[in-house]
Ligand binder design. Structure first.
Ligand code: PLP
Length: 439
């Protein structure tokens, strides 16, 4: 009997007692390859000496000072680093404790921006189905994962969901990428027009969809078209890179590969690599200027925002990634992972799609490749794969499909950026065994 309320009350979890590099060790002496970085968090693996040293150093200086009284050198330096590497025009940084907090802050910044500008009638948020933006109420309202939302719906602010850009299931046979990108983006324009262009605050989307659909990249030009539509109607674009950002797809920000810069961008997970809880909103000069020349403040705040220990961890993680040229390794190992996944699964009867970018890849499972029919969600195939993988010393991130058959069970693979070819080979071999054992 435990007094700790776990995510699942029935699950009996191994006790993690240590970690080194890409491995985690449990109390029973078992070793697991962390092939999902937890949930795409542990980008440097575990117990990285440089991050531990930075944390010790910060702890010796000061662990905490409330941000309504003080700033800290380390938070300022982290903001400088993030602003210097940000997409065009995103020169300001708001530090929070995780991904959901970042989304909440971004939504409120977007709303306050229009209040400052004298457009307080703007009240609608548009987001996408099969998305995930976090579990707090605002973030859950924006998210399009019906399973997570269902029982909390009466508490959620109204959000308008359009179809995602999800080529495997939503691109019509024979439809070119260009035509599909135009059609998927048109859904946004139609929704803005339906709601009234001067009533809409923002469109929020994951650049590469993570937890709900499994490493789904946009087709070429989709986000460029989205950017154009947002600009046409004065709607803000919020890109959620909590999972896909901070190097995971091979560039620091996933939107770099789309040639698009949002007005607000959320980051977390890989920002601090799990060494401390931290997230951030990167905001445009335009939004900052509206606050600066208006009320002079952002009406928001959390006790632990800009926490010096969290900032120290993130700064160290980001410096190691840069110093050790790890984005290059993400690109090289991403290609290796894609090759291996294709070798193992391209002809697998139950693998319908293999997709992703960099070290952010997934397989989607189907009962039949020709019909793309997903497994019955009641079978909980994803949970069985997770169980088989753990029994075989592998951590991957499987998620269930949807009841309406618009998405199959899928498995996300997101190893640390330090992974070597032999690690990738072991991950794919164990994943293949787990999939075969579970089906
Ligand atoms: N946004 C995205 C895209 C995510 O994947 C997640 C978490 O998985 C969140 C937001 C929420 O982040 P957190 O769990 O840190 O609150």
């Amino acid at each position: 009997m435990t007094h700790l309320l776990h995510r699942s009350i029935k699950a009996r979890l191994p006790v993690a007692v240590g970690g080194k590099g890409i491995e985690i060790f449990d109390q029973e002496g078992r070793t697991y390859i962390d092939a999902s970085g937890g949930a795409a968090v542990s980008c440097l693996g575990h117990s990285h000496p440089d991050v531990l040293a930075a944390l010790h150093d910060q702890l010796d200086r000061i662990a905490y000072a409330h941000t309504s009284f003080f700033t800290s050198d380390v938070a300022e330096r982290l903001a400088d680093r993030l602003a210097a590497d940000a997409p065009e025009g995103l020169g300001h940084v708001y530090l929070v404790s995780g991904g959901s907090e970042a989304i909440e802050a971004a939504l409120k910044m977007a709303r306050q921006y229009f209040v400052e500008k004298g457009e307080p009638q703007r009240r609608h948020i548009i987001a996408r189905r099969q998305s995930y933006h976090g579990n707090t109420l605002g973030a859950l309202a924006a998210g399009g994962n019906e399973w997570r939302r269902a029982q909390f719906k009466p508490l959620l602010i109204e959000t308008h969901h359009i179809d995602p850009c999800y080529a495997y299931r939503l691109q019509e046979p024979g439809e070119s990428d260009e035509a599909y990108a135009a059609r998927a983006a048109q859904a946004l324009e139609d929704k803005i027009v339906e709601l009234g262009a001067d009533q809409v605050i923002a469109f929020v989307a994951e650049t590469v969809v993570g937890a709900t659909a499994g490493a789904v990249p946009p087709v070429a030009d989709y986000l460029k078209r989205v950017r154009t539509i947002c600009d046409r109607y004065g709607v803000l674009l919020i890109l959620d890179e909590v999972m896909c950002g901070m190097g995971r797809t091979g560039t620091l920000h996933a939107c770099e590969q789309e040639g698009v810069a949002p007005d607000l961008m959320t980051i977390a997970k890989g920002l601090g690599g799990g060494y401390q809880p931290i997230g951030a909103v990167l905001l445009s000069d335009r939004i900052f200027d509206a606050f600066a020349s208006g009320s002079g403040f952002f009406q928001h705040g959390h006790t632990y925002m800009g926490h010096p220990m969290a900032a120290a961890a993130a700064l160290a993680v980001q410096e190691v990634i840069r110093r050790d040229n790890l984005l290059q390794n993400v690109r090289a190992m991403g290609m290796h992972l894609s090759r291996r996944l294709n070798e193992r699964f391209a002809n697998h009867h139950n693998v319908g799609d293999i997709r992703g970018r960099g070290l952010f890849q997934a397989i989607e499972l189907v009962t039949d490749r020709s019909t793309k029919a997903p497994f019955d969600p009641a079978l909980k195939l994803h949970a069985r794969i997770k169980q088989e993988a753990m029994a075989n010393g592998l951590m991957v991130y499987p998620m269930g499909g949807t009841i309406d058959g618009r998405l199959g069970d899928h498995v996300l693979v997101a190893p640390p950026f330090i992974a070597a070819p032999r690690d990738i080979d072991a991950i794919v071999e164990r994943l293949g065994d787990a999939v075969d054992a579970a089906i």
